[in-house]
Design a protein around this ligand. Structure first.
Ligand code: FES
Length: 142
C-alpha cells in the first residue's frame, strides 16, 4: 500500500489553486509589442529618447523588435531584419567597413542589405524608414 504524506497533499492542493491565482495576476501580453517572426508591425521611434539619439550619427545602430535600424556611413537610415539570412545569426553594423556583419560565419551585407560576402546567399529584407522632425516611422516594404 502506498501512502502519501501531508506535504504531497499540500503541494497537490496548491498546484490547482496556485495555477489559477498565477493566471489571474500575469500581465496581459501586448500584441504589437513583439511582432511574430517574419512579420513587422509598423512603429515609431523618438530620436529624443536617449536610447535612440545616436541614430543621428553615421555608423550608429539599434535593435528594435526584430529589426536592426542603422544610420549608414552615407547617412541613410535603414532597417532590416536583425538576423542573418544564412542561419539566423545576429547582425551588427560595422562603421569601419560600412557593412552589416554576422558574427556566426562572417557573412557581410551592404548598407542596402545586399550580400557582400557569403556564405549568405539571400539579401536582407529591407523596411521603409521615414523621418519627420525627430520621429522615425518604420513600416513594412511592399
Ligand atoms: S548565420 Fe550569418 S553567416 Fe551564417
Amino acid at each position: 500500500m502506498v501512502t502519501l504524506g501531508a506535504g504531497y497533499l499540500a503541494v497537490a492542493g496548491c498546484m490547482s489553486a496556485c495555477k489559477n491565482k498565477a493566471a489571474k495576476t500575469e500581465e496581459p501580453v501586448k500584441a504589437s509589442a513583439e511582432p511574430k517572426a517574419g512579420s513587422v508591425v509598423g512603429f515609431t521611434i523618438d530620436l529624443n529618447d536617449p536610447q535612440y539619439a545616436d541614430l543621428d550619427k553615421p555608423g550608429a545602430y539599434v535593435y528594435v523588435n526584430k529589426l536592426i535600424i542603422a544610420r549608414t556611413n552615407e547617412g541613410n537610415l535603414v532597417a532590416f531584419g536583425k538576423k542573418c539570412t544564412h542561419q539566423g545569426g545576429p547582425l551588427a553594423y560595422n562603421a569601419e567597413s560600412g557593412l552589416f556583419q554576422c558574427s556566426w560565419h562572417g557573412s557581410q551585407f551592404s548598407g542596402k542589405g545586399e550580400v557582400h560576402r557569403g556564405p549568405a546567399k539571400v539579401n536582407l529584407k529591407a523596411h521603409n524608414v521615414a523621418k519627420e522632425a525627430s520621429t522615425l516611422t518604420i513600416t513594412p516594404k511592399g
